[in-house]
Ligand binder design. Structure first.
Ligand code: C2E
Ligand code: MG
Ligand code: MG
Length: 434
């Protein structure tokens, strides 16, 4: 790979061993000139680590450096010998992919890289969720200028970061075709219509009974290059079109069919399904839910609907009405990622909700940070006062689990108990725990 060839001219980044900005730009110029001669395309990727500041703040700068080294390692592992990788600064990397037939080849490389960040990485005993955003620009591009290329790829990366789509392509942004681009949306439509999505389930443990009494259904998009595309990336894409209705309906029906199957096998588990903001604004949602419950003959008490805090704050009156109709059906309503948005306690009083899920960021940090522990403690007390069940998500260690029990938390969910998995692995884990 080119980073080895250029190893001895002194322009190396001490943390990752990669070429630094100046040296990388020289390589980019050469690649552009070579492409001009051969008539080939070159793809330029700019990659940035999401929330890197936060990793530095919560896990420390030494761990931050390890994360950067790990990212460099992933790039080396996933890319070809002829590709050039560089570190532009802070948490920003750039990659030159020469000899690209078309944009699809660049997208394939991007999927391979993104797939490596689907699961948290383990660094010096800590499990860290590392997500990256990538911008793609092709040379020759509309401006025909290799110096513009870097700013185009950077702009695309910034859009990807903002929209949490994983990656964006500059040409599609410039053609005004929407944030994620029609290609990604088309792929998503195909996978939904072809039945290519999967559901994983994550166990929810009753901390008083010390038993798994429920699961959360989490949608997965299998990537042909291996791994899964994370829902955080494609749900926002689905939300921008009517695809979200198809997706929600598929998740709901698949989860309820599974719930009915468990019930038949005397494994009575509650199933939680996530609803996106857009679904919540759909006036037909209560009917869709009633219909699905009837189809699979599932008692509404077995179904929990998780809605994020922010979703509940938008168009309040309208949403309160939909929530009331859902609550009347007899399903459990849960506020997901509680504490991460801005919630009004006043509003909490009038919402027909039954459960609060404490955002995982507080639970994951509470062992190191007293103020996070205080937030967890306060939400548990709040739940007690309002008669709401409290679930803590992001339980990654035994100590966190014990602390939550001491604080009187009702339910726990997290990697320490069970990582989201297929049904067979989940059932195996339940057997181990019971
Ligand atoms: P969420 O509903 O808050 O789901 C919990 C997320 O936290 C899941 O990520 C899960 O894998 C992760 N998680 C669970 N335990 C731990 C832990 O101990 N440590 C850490 N670091 N992470 C943990 P996932 O599956 O990537 O889902 C992300 C988000 O995507 C979900 O957040 C939810 O908002 C959305 N989502 C997932 N499935 C669906 C779906 O079917 N429909 C809709 N509308 N949204 C979905
Ligand atoms: Mg959830
Ligand atoms: Mg959550």
């Amino acid at each position: 790979m080119n980073y080895i060839e250029s190893a001895d001219d002194g322009q190396r980044d001490p943390v990752t061993g990669l070429p630094t900005r100046y040296e990388f730009l020289q390589s980019l110029k050469q690649a552009a000139t070579a492409a001009e001669r051969s008539g080939d395309h070159v793809a330029l990727l700019v990659l940035d680590v999401n929330d890197f500041q936060n990793i530095n703040l919560t896990a420390g700068h030494a761990t931050g450096d390890l994360v950067l080294r790990e990212v460099a390692q992933v790039l080396r592992g996933e890319l070809r010998e002829i590709d050039t990788i560089g570190r532009l600064g802070d948490d920003e990397f750039a990659i030159i992919l020469p000899s690209m037939m078309n944009i699809d080849h660049a997208i394939l490389a991007v999927h391979k890289v993104l797939g490596q960040f689907d699961y948290p990485i383990s660094l010096s005993g800590q499990s860290i969720d590392v997500r990256v955003s990538i911008g793609i620009a092709m040379y020759p591009d509309i401006s025909g200028d290799d110096e513009q290329l870097l700013s185009h790829a950077t702009m695309a990366m910034m859009r990807a970061k903002k929209a949490q789509t994983g990656f964006e392509i500059f040409e599609e942004i410039s053609s005004g075709s929407g944030v994620a681009g029609p290609r990604y949306e088309g792929e998503l439509r195909r996978v939904i219509e072809d039945g290519g999505l999967m559901l994983h389930y994550q166990a929810k443990q009753d901390l008083k009974l010390e038993r798994i009494t429920g699961v959360e259904a989490l949608v997965r998009w299998p990537d042909p290059a291996g791994g899964f595309r994370p829902p955080d990336q494609f749900i926002p894409v689905a939300e921008r079109s009517d695809l979200i209705h198809k997706l929600t309906s598929w998740v709901l029906n698949t989860a309820l069919r599974q719930c009915a199957e468990w019930e038949r096998r005397s494994l009575p588990l509650k199933v939680a399904v996530n609803l996106s903001t857009r679904s919540l604004k759909d006036h037909d949602l209560p009917d869709v839910i009633s219909h699905a419950l009837e189809t699979w003959r599932v008692n509404p008490k077995r179904l929990t609907l998780e809605v994020t805090e922010t979703a509940m704050m938008e168009e309040r009156e309208y949403i309160v009405d939909v929530l009331r109709r859902l609550s009347d059906i007899g399903v459990t309503l849960s506020i997901d990622d509680f504490g991460s948005g801005y919630s009004s306690l006043q509003y909490l009083r009038i919402l027909p909700v039954h459960e609060l899920k404490i955002d995982k960021s507080f639970v994951m940090a509470m062992e190191q940070n007293q103020s996070d522990e205080n937030i967890v403690r306060t939400v548990i007390e709040l739940g007690r006062n309002f008669g709401l069940k409290i679930t803590a998500e992001g339980v990654e260690t035994e100590r966190a689990l014990e602390l939550l029990k001491e604080l009187g938390c009702d339910m726990g969910q997290g990697y320490f108990i069970h990582r989201p998995s297929d049904v067979a692995t989940l059932e195996q884990r339940i057997n181990e725990l019971h």
